[in-house]
Write a protein that binds this ligand. Structure first.
Ligand code: URA
Length: 431
C-alpha cells in the first residue's frame, strides 16, 4: 500500500520540536497499529515525545486516533447512569475493589475495565484472580449481563478496545517512555472514552510510590485528562491523592482482597475507607445521582458487600473458598520505641514485587499469597521488638532482596516528632 508519510519524517519532526499535524498523528497511530511503523521507529518517536512534549491539540488528536483504532462501547440500554473510576496506580491501592460495588449499591452502573500490575504497582485483575474461579476476561455480552444483574463489573479490556494503546503500552514499558504526560493521558483516556462510560473520576497518585512522584506533574496530568474527557462529552473529575505511604495495611494480591473484605464488612484501615467514601461521593455526583443510602452507610449495613458477592459469583468466583496464603513468613521488628515517622510507598512496593506479588517479565505467574502486611503506619506509636512488617512469599530465598529493598524505607523517631506526610487528597480538578 502507498503510505502518505514515512515514519522517519514524523520522528525527525518531533525530534526537532515541530508540532505534528492532525493528519500526521492519524497516520502514525494507524500505521503503527497496522504494523507499517516498526517498533524501533515508534520507540524513537515515543522518546522524542517524552523529551519534547505535545501541545493540547496534539494530545487530543493522538487520543482520538487511539480510540478510532478499535471499537467504542456504549451502555445506553442500561436503566441507570454509568460511572467509572481510574487510578494511575500505587502501592496497596485496592480502592477499586470496595468502590465499584459500593457505588453500584448507591444506584450507579459501574463498568470498570481494569489492568494488571505494572512494575512496583499492583493490578486490580491480579488481585481478583486470588479468588478461586474468578474470571477477568468477559465478552461484551457477558460484561453487560453482569452489569445488568449486579450493577458493577470489573474485568479486562477486550482485545477490540483501543488496540493501538495495547501495542504502544507494551513498547513504552520496555523503552523507558512510560512517564510522559501526553502518553499517559492519551493511554488512560482513550480506553476510558472507548469504554463508553458517561462519567469518570480519576485518582491521580503522587508521591514516591506513584509514576508521577512530583505533585506539580500529577496536577498537570490530571488537568490534561480532565480536559480530554470533557472534550469527549464524558463528565470527568480528578483527585490528586497521596502515594508517599502505601494505602491501607497490605500490599500483595490475596492480602489486599482480605483487606477489601474487611472494608466491605464495615471495618478496614481508615485511609482506605476514607478514600473509598470520598471517591464514591465524587462518582455519584459526577453521574448525577443523589443516593437514597449514602456510601458510609452502604459500607456499614452490608449493601456494598451484597453487590460484591453477587459480582464475584457472576464472574465465576467462589466467595467461600479460602484465599491463597504464602508458604513462608518473615517478621521485621522495631529496633526502638517511639513514633513511626516514615514508610516509603516505593520501597514497600518494590519489596512486595520481589516477594512474588508482581511480575519480573510479561506473562509471569504471580505468587498470589505473597506481599507485605504493615502493622503500623506513620504517626503510630511503636515499641521496641514490636512487629512492623510481615513479609509473605512462597520462596524463602526471596526474603534477602525484599529486605534490601526496604532499607531506609521506614524510620522511628521520638514520640513528639512531627510526621511529614502528603494530605490524602491534594487537589480536586473539575472540567
Ligand atoms: N495506566 C495506563 O493505562 N496507561 C499509562 O500510560 C499509565 C497508567
Amino acid at each position: 500500500m502507498n503510505e502518505r508519510y514515512a515514519a522517519v519524517e514524523i520522528i525527525s519532526a518531533k525530534r526537532d520540536k515541530f508540532e505534528l499535524s492532525d493528519d500526521q498523528i492519524d497516520w502514525t497511530v494507524d500505521a503503527y497499529t497496522r504494523g507499517v511503523i516498526a517498533d524501533e521507529q515508534m520507540s524513537a518517536l515515543l522518546m522524542a515525545i517524552l523529551l519534547n512534549g505535545m501541545n493540547n491539540r496534539e494530545i487530543s488528536r493522538w487520543t482520538d486516533a487511539m480510540i478510532s483504532s478499535g471499537e467504542r462501547m456504549n451502555w445506553k440500554m442500561l436503566d441507570r447512569p454509568t460511572v467509572d473510576k481510574h487510578s494511575t496506580g500505587g502501592v496497596g491501592d485496592k480502592i477499586t475493589l470496595p468502590l465499584a460495588p459500593l457505588v453500584a449499591a448507591c444506584g450507579a452502573a459501574v463498568p470498570q475495565l481494569s489492568g494488571r500490575g505494572l512494575g512496583h504497582t499492583g493490578g486490580t485483575l491480579d488481585k481478583l484472580e486470588s479468588i478461586k474461579g474468578w474470571k477477568a476476561n468477559l465478552s461484551n455480552d457477558q460484561m453487560l449481563k453482569v452489569l445488568q444483574e449486579c450493577g458493577a463489573v470489573i474485568c479486562a479490556a477486550g482485545a477490540g478496545l483501543a488496540p493501538a494503546d495495547k501495542k504502544l503500552y507494551a513498547l513504552r514499558d520496555v523503552t523507558g517512555t512510560v512517564e510522559a504526560i501526553p502518553l499517559i493521558a492519551s493511554s488512560i483516556m482513550s480506553k476510558k472514552i472507548a469504554e463508553g462510560t458517561g462519567a469518570l473520576v480519576l485518582d491521580v497518585k503522587t508521591g514516591s510510590g506513584a509514576f508521577m512522584s512530583d505533585p506539580k506533574n500529577a496536577v498537570l496530568l490530571a488537568r490534561t485528562m480532565v480536559d480530554l474527557g470533557k472534550r469527549a462529552g464524558v463528565v470527568t473529575r480528578a483527585l490528586v491523592t497521596a502515594m508517599d505511604v502505601p494505602l491501607g495495611k497490605t500490599a500483595g494480591n490475596a492480602l489486599e482482597i482480605r483487606e477489601t473484605l474487611e472494608v466491605l464488612s464495615g471495618g478496614g484501615p481508615s485511609d482506605v475507607v476514607e478514600l473509598t467514601v470520598i471517591l464514591a461521593n465524587e462518582m455519584l455526583d459526577a453521574a448525577g445521582i443523589k443516593p437514597k443510602v449514602d456510601p458510609e452507610t452502604a459500607l456499614q449495613n452490608g449493601m456494598a458487600m451484597d453487590v460484591w458477592r453477587k459480582m464475584i459469583e457472576a464472574q465465576g468466583g467462589d466467595n467461600n473458598a479460602p484465599l491463597p496464603t504464602a508458604k513462608e513468613k518473615m517478621e521485621i521488628k522495631a529496633s526502638s520505641s517511639g513514633k513511626l515517622l516514615t514508610l516509603d510507598a516505593m520501597k514497600v512496593g518494590v519489596a512486595a514485587w520481589r516477594l512474588g506479588a508482581g511480575r519480573q517479565k510479561q506473562g509471569e505467574t504471580l505468587q498470589l499469597g505473597s506481599g507485605i502486611e504493615m502493622h503500623a503506619k506513620p504517626g503510630d506509636l511503636v515499641s521496641e521488638g514490636q512487629t512492623l512488617l510481615t513479609l509473605h512469599t512462597d520462596e524463602a530465598a526471596r526474603f534477602t532482596r525484599a529486605v534490601e529493598a526496604l532499607e531506609g524505607g521506614y524510620s522511628i523517631g521520638s514520640k513528639e516528632a512531627q510526621i511529614n506526610r502528603l494530605p490524602l487528597v491534594i487537589e480536586r480538578i473539575e472540567g
